[in-house]
Design a protein around this ligand. Structure first.
Ligand code: ATP
Length: 271
């Protein structure tokens, strides 16, 4: 369990990105931080692996305050996937995936063998392993990013708008792939997005943020849709927008004409 208690981040220029944020990210579940640009999602995510240090407040992982952990060791123990993959341009796909195991001292042959397994897991053909990132499509690069995040077999995977830069069809494929992977690996995932549909599809828990990391509402997607806390939440979720009223029916979002407008993630036990 990842727990944040009264966490505030004030950047050196005085910007209060996150103000008194508290939350729990339960194990083996996907928590989505949903919010518009500048609401503090990335800052919250990066405080979990100490890429950003909180100004005040406490973050614990399984009850242990991470302020007492070695930051480099902590960072390497947590998977991190960022928008555009964040791949190293002059390293092959295999080397990119193997980055953290290699840093951890795993020998190259073993690290590459593991990288090849992960390529299969995320749906990449083995022959792509010798290519450089620029020789891949955007969707393939994102798959490499996911494989790299999983390479050290972390319990926790932080994902920062990982599918934001690809077209809607590929985005949907990548979401499906993540759901499939998560149904077997059952990692503790924290996933940042500003896309409502993506949040509803992927999140076991959705935390909708207003500015400064203020929690507008948290719950399952169905809870947010079924009883939005206020006008901001309803508006953000696209409920009651003009002539469009979306309701949830058996896990599917439908409009007033009964047309499907999206799919909700069903809470399920990982197998
Ligand atoms: N290094 C920094 N120095 C100063 N201000 C920062 C820094 N990083 C982020 N901010 C500010 O903190 C606030 C929250 O930013 P953050 O990137 O956490 O939001 P976000 O919700 O992830 O946004 P986006 O979806 O655009 O990535 C914004 O006002 C941003 O300008």
């Amino acid at each position: 369990m990842i727990e944040l208690h009264g966490v505030t981040k004030r950047y050196p220029d005085g910007t209060v990105a996150v103000d008194d944020f508290s939350a729990q990210f339960p194990p083996h579940r996907t928590t989505v931080l949903l919010g518009s640009s500048g609401s503090g999602k990335t800052t919250i995510l990066r405080m979990v692996n100490r890429m950003v240090e909180p100004t005040s407040g406490t973050i614990t992982i399984d009850g242990e305050d991470i302020a007492g952990r070695d930051p480099v060791q902590l960072r390497r123990s947590i998977g991190y996937v960022m928008q555009n993959g964040g791949l190293l341009p002059h390293r092959s796909v295999l080397d990119n995936i193997a980055t953290v195991p290699l840093l951890n001292g795993v020998d190259k042959a073993d690290a590459h063998a593991r990288a090849r397994e992960l390529m299969a897991l995320v749906g990449l053909e083995e022959k792509l392993g010798r290519r450089y990132p620029s020789q891949l499509s955007g969707g393939q690069q994102q798959r490499v990013g996911v494989a790299r995040g999983l390479a050290a077999d972390p319990n926790i995977l932080l994902m920062d708008e990982p599918f934001g830069a690809v077209d809607p069809l590929v985005r949907r494929e990548l979401q499906d792939e993540l759901l499939r992977i998560q149904s077997t690996l059952a990692k503790t995932i924290v996933f940042v997005t500003h896309d409502v549909e993506e949040a509803l599809r992927l999140g076991d828990q959705v935390i909708l943020l207003a500015q400064h990391g203020h929690v507008a509402q948290r719950g399952t997607g169905a809870e947010l849709l079924g009883s939005p806390a206020d006008a901001f939440v309803a508006d953000f979720l696209g409920l009651n927008r003009g002539d469009r009223t979306l309701v949830e029916r058996d896990g599917v979002l439908v409009d007033e004409h009964g047309r499907a407008a999206g799919v909700l993630r069903q809470a399920q036990e990982p197998s």
